[in-house]
Every structure is written in C-alpha cells, then in structure tokens.
Write a protein that binds this ligand. Sequence first.
Ligand code: CA
Length: 230
Amino acid sequence: MKPLILIAEDEPAQMELLRYNMESADFRTILASDGASALALVDEEKPDLLVLDWMLPEMSGIEVCRRVRARPETRALPVIMLTARGEESDRVRGLETGADDYLVKPFSQAELVARIRALLRRSRPALTDEQLAYGGIVMDIASHRVSRDNVPVQLGPTEFRMLRFLLERPGRVYSREQLLDQVWGRDVYVESRTVDVHIRRLRMALDIEGAPDIIRTVRGAGYALDVSAN
Ligand code: CA
C-alpha cells in the first residue's frame, strides 16, 4: 500500500510541485489549500503523513498542527512543517506545537522526500517490514503466509489485502468506503455491502479455536482490528 500524503499549501505552483514530486516518489497525495480543508481531510482520508505549509490563509499551519495534536485519533500523525525564510525565529515554536520536522523554503524536493521516508519508517514500520503482527496474528508479506496463534490461516486475495491494511493500523476504525478505496482501489466500482461480505469471510478465516473475534464492528462507522473487541 503506497503511503498517503496530505499536502496543505495555498500557493498553486508550490502545491503542484509538491504533488508532482510526492507522486514521483511513489506516494499517493491528497491536497488542501487551507487549514480547515486540511483538518477535514485528515478526518476523512486518514493520511499517513501531513506536509503542512506554515502560512495558510485564515487558519495557520501552526493552528492546524495544534488541532491535529489535540485529538487522540490524530495525535500520532507525522507532520512536516514548511516555513519561509524570515519565519525562522518561529521555527522552534513550530516544533513545540508538535510538528515532527520542518523545512525552510526554498528546500530541495529530494530532501523533503528523504524526511518523509524517515518519518514514515518511524510511524509505520509496516511499510518497510516484511512481517506484520497484531493480537496473535502474524502476516508474512513476501510469502503471503498468515497465521493466528501459530495456526495457519487461509485467506483469499481480497481478505489478504484487507487484513494487511487493517494490520498496518490496528485499532483505527475504517468506514466501508475507506476500505473500498484501500482494498479495491478508487477506480473500481464495488457496492459497499461487498465489504461486509469480505469482512465476514475474514472473520471466519481468523476464527481459531479459543481465540476471540478480533474484528470490531462499529455501528454506523465501520470496522477495526482490535484485540479488545470482545
Ligand atoms: Ca503559504
């Protein structure tokens, strides 16, 4: 799964440059040109990292960052702040506000990509690791093997992709629409109840003697992988 980067930047040329370079580096991107839209996209799309311009209209990058950090669901979201020269005295404040890293404009795009990769390695080791594990479930990505409590689990390709996605972010709740986008892709038309069908198959496959149901159904919201589900 390619990491999803949210770019919050109000200057169209800068935005386009960032988008182009992120996508060339094999990231997926979503774009916001002001702070309020950035916060909305953080909720709706659950990006893996936020590239945040300091100077945004109305709500500043600092305020966006503060709000992201203030909420438990988004507290751990990695944030890279982009600042212009002359704002350097404020840099420290930027880090105090909770940005994980910052770059001063003009910066090299290669440097930004390197910083993003470094942060993602810390926040989502699943992106680089060969194995994912949670709640007794172990997934070996390369060999496509899955086990639970050391018992081999047989999964179809869709259930494998779904479990992989959920294992990358245990505890987080995903709506049917988000799972559709992530597991089937945005351009594929699948009815949302298809997600329920595959979740049911995944549940059955993971139903090992003595092990609790690990997939939590959140009424009206979606699904999560959660050891405290039952
Ligand atoms: Ca700006």
